[in-house]
Ligand binder design. Structure first.
Ligand code: FAD
Length: 513
């Protein structure tokens, strides 16, 4: 430590008289202000030799005026502050500029503390640096606190990052301000810009108040299976950090979103469900075919009976009552048998109306039709909108509807596929549209001519031959199901050629849920 001869304790020189209002203050006020200030103040010569220290300096450093005056400020150095900092300090001071920074100091008792120091060069009337004014305070506690906050932040970030669930913190404008690795993975996995937005809309929006949790299913494009997440959203009040919030406060509402991937569990459950569904749909299909077959038979048997009825009318008019009586009896018996036949037509099952996710319905139908699609060599392009509004409907009936449309499309692609180099493609898209949800089913088959696009919905109308293989009741039944659900169905040209079937179904409004 550099030592110099101790001069007498010199009080700080009174400020030079200026035309400012302060010039009227007696020099003693300045002296007492410096002496009583609660910040460690020292005044040195131009070599940092101490000329004056105030009592606060003694409290912070342990050196009172008697032991400090005459010593160099370097006696405070703990000798571990990097040289570059002193170099920077002296460069500023020699240039006549003030300097502020942090130094590691050692007290008189040997203990160390972190000093936040400001040194101001005091210029003499000739503009030369004659003295330095040093002011410093012990910021060890504040530094410890800062470090603790930083360490805790790092610790929390590491824990959050290592967590297997996706975590995101959203600010009041719903922007993600903090996320973890699992969340970042979702961006590529789900191919969406902001998974939080999709998950929140799957939950029905951000909670107005309190915690909200639920399960969200996200359908991914490109034939990749859906993903399921168990989500929890927690509102968090974040303190206003800006200066104007110091007294006014004003928390801002952030949201903490935690999404746990439960896809593996759901896939297992889905497998079992799809198998049961397949059996149920096959049974439904069988019953529907029986209904259609019997209805068609009834419809066709009515024709000869109607011919006989008109013949009976003519015979009766001509007075040939014996023949007409026999025919009338045969007609009556025939109609009776037709009635018996009508009675044994199996009735459709009754189902409750629920909120239905059409992505799920279509995924089920595509899963069930996979063997047919593979056998026909058809490539399926599945383009679901990740989170769709629910529609109000009877799920089995809707599955029957889309299975019938899918069967038609597969048949059409098969038919069209007989041509050379024909595409064998099927595209299924769901999207919000109008006041509900739209499903587009595009096939690469021969398409339906414009003049037949209304006719195809008539019962027993078929564009296909096949010696009665097709009854032509599929689309009329499909139209009936759509109408019963308050929706609409239409046939058009697919953009890439072939047929497009568009089904629109109204969405369920939130207050109904
Ligand atoms: P050096 O920095 O090499 O110092 C050797 C001597 O030369 C010291 O007397 C130093 O003061 C002086 N010196 C160095 N460069 C110049 C220059 N360009 N012009 C004039 N003199 C120079 N340091 C602390 O560690 N803690 C403090 O709390 C502290 N407070 C200070 C308060 C004031 C008002 C001033 C002016 C300086 C203060 N210093 C303080 C800096 C201190 O004077 C030393 O520069 C520093 O401690 C490093 O000292 P050193 O012995 O390692 O070597």
């Amino acid at each position: 430590m550099a030592q110099v001869k101790k001069p007498a304790v010199v009080p700080p020189p009174p400020p030079a008289a200026t035309p400012a209002a302060g010039q009227d203050l007696p020099a003693e006020v300045y002296r007492q202000a410096v002496a009583q200030a609660d910040v460690a103040i020292s005044i040195t010569d131009d070599k940092a030799n101490i000329l004056y220290v105030n009592p606060a300096f003694a409290r912070v450093t342990g050196y009172d005026a008697a032991s400090a005056v005459g010593c160099n400020e370097s006696m405070l150095s703990a000798k571990t502050t990097p040289r570059a900092i002193y170099h920077d300090m002296w460069k500023s001071l020699d240039g006549g500029h003030p300097w502020s920074g942090r130094l590691l100091n050692r007290r008189r008792d040997g203990s160390e503390y972190l000093a936040e120091l400001t040194i101001t060069p005091v210029l003499d009337p000739g503009g030369q640096v004659g003295h330095f004014l040093g002011m410093h305070r012990d910021i060890t506690d504040m530094h410890q606190l800062e470090q603790r906050v930083r360490n805790q932040k790092q610790l929390i970030e590491s824990v959050v990052d290592a967590a297997p669930m996706a975590i995101a913190l959203l600010d009041s404008a719903k922007r993600v301000v903090l996320d973890n690795q699992a969340y970042k993975k979702l961006v590529t996995d789900l191919q969406v810009a902001e998974p939080a937005e999709v998950l929140l809309s799957g939950l029905g929006g951000a909670p107005a108040a309190g915690r909200e949790s639920g399960e969200v299913r996200i359908d991914r494009p490109g034939g990749r299976g859906p993903r399921w997440f168990s989500c929890a959203v927690l509102p968090i009040a974040v303190r206003n950090e800006s200066a104007d919030g110091f007294f006014a406060g004003g928390d801002s509402a952030h949201l903490l979103l935690v999404a746990t991937d439960i896809t593996a569990l759901r896939v297992e459950q889905e497998k079992a469900r799809t198998a049961a569904l397949k059996a149920l749909l096959a049974e439904e299909e069988h019953a529907a075919k029986l209904r259609e077959g019997l209805s068609a038979a009834l419809y066709r048997l009515e024709e000869p009976l109607n011919v006989v009825a008109s013949a009976v009318g003519r015979l009766r008019a001509r007075g040939e009552s014996s023949v007409s009586a026999a025919l009338e009896q045969a007609l009556g018996t025939g109609r009776m048998h037709l009635e018996d036949l009508r009675r044994i037509i199996p009735s459709g099952r009754t189902e409750a109306t629920l909120g239905v996710n059409l992505n799920e319905v279509l995924r089920d139908v595509l899963d069930i039709a996979t063997p047919q699609l593979l056998a026909a060599g058809i490539t399926v392009e599945w383009q679901p909108t990740p989170v769709l509004p629910s529609v109000v409907g009877r799920p089995m009936e809707l599955r029957t509807l889309f299975k019938a449309l899918l069967d038609n499309a597969i048949e059409a692609v098969r038919e069209g596929g007989r041509r050379r180099n024909a595409r064998r493609e099927l595209r299924v898209e769901t999207r919000p549209g109008g006041d509900g949800v739209e499903v587009l089913l595009d096939d690469s088959g021969p398409g339906v001519p414009a003049d037949q696009r209304l006719k195809v919905f008539e019962p027993f109308f078929t564009t296909r031959g096949g010696a009665g293989k097709h009854l032509g009741t599929g689309l009329s039944r499909a139209q009936q199901i759509v109408a019963e659900h308050g929706g609409d169905i239409e046939i058009a040209d697919a953009p890439r050629g072939g047929c497009r079937v568009r089904v629109g179904l109204p969405a369920r409004h939130r207050k109904e849920s």
